[in-house]
Ligand binder design. Structure first.
Ligand SMILES: Cc1ncc(C[n+]2csc(CCOP(=O)(O)OP(=O)(O)O)c2C)c(N)n1
Ligand SMILES: O=C1C[C@@H](O)[C@H](O)[C@@H](O)C1=O
Ligand SMILES: [Mg+2]
Length: 637
């Protein structure tokens, strides 16, 4: 036995976090950058006391909402390609409950975050304590149990010495690229303050090695054979490719063999759009070019993708009779999808190794790649110059709102701005190396299609959970990860209303973010979805009790917090506002009133949604028939 040191559980936790390092490709860096806090009685006297006494190198932030600050932490680790994290401490009860949505967001996106919610008393002496619900069939159940299904690792600490084995396990999970996600350690509020004689060895510097997983010779031989047998393979770039830093290998591979490249939301900007073989986003929110290439392909080389419904157009994007799948992923589970050939390995290493085995190979795509790309680029130009007309206007989302209703919106919001034109204006105005972030609503669709990322790793979409409220909180996390980059949060009015508390944290801490608020006065994409599937417009527009379209002054709200604000309803105004916003040191909000139904739509994507099988409405019955017909051509599993 070596020396011991007497610390509270919370003090030991903070001391341990300071000693965790990560090593990737020979570069060693501290793994835990800091901690977000919302203190309550459950954690202020434990973790709060420990941080006040000695935070070490940890940066300490006061969050405003547990979900918001956890989203910021998640965005930070995503931006850091999972090589650095923030911890998040919450008080017990409602504070813990507020973490559940964020934990699920991290889990769906395979993003590491250390969640530290306080728990009820281990001794149970004062029970029921404030915020403790009493579950009659088990006093062992607390709010924190709700975090179990959404954590990659979950533990409850009722004695100080349990912390040691728990933290070791948590960091093993947090630094494993194949199982990365939220690690949740719930510490009883009395235990946080209890002392123990910890072995000093527990606090020695620990380096976690994120070694690249090598593909086996067998896997490489089989994969090369599959590619050689293919006339039209397609590179489908997912988030795993980005985390693996596989840009150079992808470009070289695609270039040499004439393989078109398409991307998912998570993979977007791994390779910049200016690369000639890049056909843009794929699937439900994809470009015409990417979706045509996917349909023509006889082999999909899926790199670090989960093949979600948005990527596969609910398993209708490919010709499943002829198309095969080669799945390269560090997660074995992911490689089994769509009956693909599994290569359980790192993307960068695998692409490089495959490159060496394909000498003399060429696809049959030839000039088709540039044809598809130019046709899409022309379509994007059209979308950038959509102009509203008071009569005979044909919006992108068709046959839903009459001209009369569109005019009503134009009058109520005082705008004639089309969403696609607004987004492209932003894309043209921001510096190329700035970062955009979004996650829910109609904007992810426009972003995946229309946002041309010209610098790698400048596009940050949370579309694994598509959680409203990530947009603003996420921007803060990104700014912490990249303090010298301008960060633009692309957010709808609905998402902004749902959660924007961390705008205050950004202003308070001097971490500048820019919010690009698209106000179409409603849950626009859901309104599109219901009407496209035969329903009427039901509870998705923001109309008041008298039926009038609401026109909320969001700029004023942000101004109240201390942000510099702008109102911009034309492309010129947007560009001018962005230019001025670049000069500011404080966070900014640019409010744009945009017309509903003017987001991009179509391009052969299809989404399987639960249309009512029986209905009194003829249009719903027709929608159900259309869905049933489409499902006939979909792969069933
Ligand atoms: C937390 C959460 N609740 C509900 C949803 C379902 N949902 C997806 S988009 C959306 C509306 C988004 O409205 P807004 O942000 O204004 O974007 P718009 O579609 O109008 O562009 C809703 C309710 C979600 N994704 N996340
Ligand atoms: O239900 C949804 C519809 C999608 O269009 C949207 O982007 C997403 O946020 C969602 O939850
Ligand atoms: Mg909206």
């Amino acid at each position: 036995m070596g020396q011991t040191i007497r610390l509270t559980t919370a003090q030991a936790l903070i001391k341990f976090l300071n000693q965790q390092y990560i090593s990737v490709d020979g570069v060693e860096t501290p793994f835990v950058e800091g901690i977000f806090t919302v203190f309550g009685h459950g954690n202020v006297l434990g973790i709060g006391q420990a941080l006040e006494q000695d935070p070490g190198h940890l940066k300490v932030f006061q969050g405003k909402n547990e979900q918001g600050m956890a989203h910021a932490a998640i965005a930070y680790s995503k931006e850091k390609l999972r090589r650095s994290i923030y911890a998040v401490t919450a008080s017990s009860g409602p504070g813990s409950a507020n973490l559940v949505t964020a934990a699920a967001t991290a889990l769906a996106n395979n993003l590491p975050v250390l969640l530290l919610p306080a728990d009820t008393f281990a001794t149970r002496q004062p029970d029921p304590v404030l915020q403790q619900f009493e579950q009659e069939h088990s006093f062992a159940i607390t709010t924190n149990d709700a975090l179990k299904p959404v954590s990659r690792y979950w533990d409850r600490i009722t004695r100080p010495e349990q912390l040691m084995s728990s933290l070791l396990r948590a960091f093993e999970v947090l630094t494993d690229p194949a199982r990365s996600g939220p690690a949740t350690i719930c510490i009883c509020q009395d235990t946080e303050g209890e002392a123990f004689d910890y072995d000093e060895g527990f606090f020695r510097k620990r380096v976690h090695y994120m070694d690249r997983m090598q593909p086996s010779e067998r896997e490489l031989d089989a994969a090369a054979e599959l590619i050689r047998a293919s006339k039209k393979p397609l590179l489908l770039v997912g988030g795993g490719a980005k985390y693996s830093d596989a840009r150079e290998e992808l470009i070289a591979f695609s270039q040499q063999y004439d393989i078109p490249l398409v991307e998912t939301h998570a993979g977007k900007s791994t390779v910049e759009y200016t690369f000639a073989n890049h056909l843009g986003g794929t699937g439900i929110l994809g470009t015409s070019a990417a979706n045509a290439a996917a349909r023509e392909a006889d082999l999909i080389i899926g790199i670090g993708t989960r093949y979600t419904d948005f990527t596969t157009s609910s398993k209708t994007a490919f010709d499943f009779d002829k198309t095969r799948f080669l799945n390269i992923n560090v997660s074995r589970m992911q490689t089994y999808k769509l009956e693909g050939m599994p290569v359980v390995a790192d993307a960068k290493l695998t692409i490089a190794a495959l490159h060496e085995r394909l000498n003399g190979y060429k696809t049959e795509f030839g000039s088709r790649i540039s044809e598809l790309k130019s046709a899409w680029d022309a379509e994007r130009d059209r979308l950038g110059s959509v102009t509203f007309k008071r009569s005979g206007f044909d919006p992108e989302v068709k046959h839903q709102f009459s001209q009369e209703i569109l005019n009503e919106y134009a009058d109520a919001l005082g705008t004639e701005f089309a969403q696609t034109a607004a987004l492209i204006a932003i894309n043209e105005a921001v510096d190329k190396d700035s970062i955009v972030v979004s996650s829910a609503g109609s904007l992810p669709g426009d972003l995946q299609r229309l946002w041309n990322a010209e610098v790698p790793n400048t596009y940050h979409l949370e579309y694994g959970y598509s959680c409203m409220g990530y947009e603003v909180s996420g921007a803060l996390g990104i700014r912490l990860a990249k303090p010298s980059s301008e960060v633009y949060s692309i957010v709808g009015d609905g998402s902004f209303l749902m959660l924007h508390s961390e705008l205050v944290t950004a202003i308070q801490t001097g971490n500048k973010i820019n919010i690009m608020l698209f106000d179409n006065s409603g849950f626009g994409c859901i309104n599109n979805l219901q009407m496209e599937n035969g329903s009427g417009s039901f509870h998705c527009e923001f109309r008041n009790h008298e039926g009038a379209v609401m026109n909320i002054d969001y700029a004023k709200v942000a101004e109240g917090y201390g942000a510099k604000v702008y109102r911009a309803n034309t492309a010129e105004e947007v560009k001018a506002a962005i230019e001025d916003a670049k000069k500011q040191t404080v966070s900014t909000l640019i409010e744009m009133k945009v017309l509903p139904k003017t987001m991009s739509d179509g391009y052969d994507g299809w989404w399987n949604v639960g249309v009512a099988e029986v209905s009194e409405s003829e249009s719903v019955r027709q929608a159900y028939e259309r869905r049933a017909k489409k499902l006939e051509s979909a792969k069933k599993y």
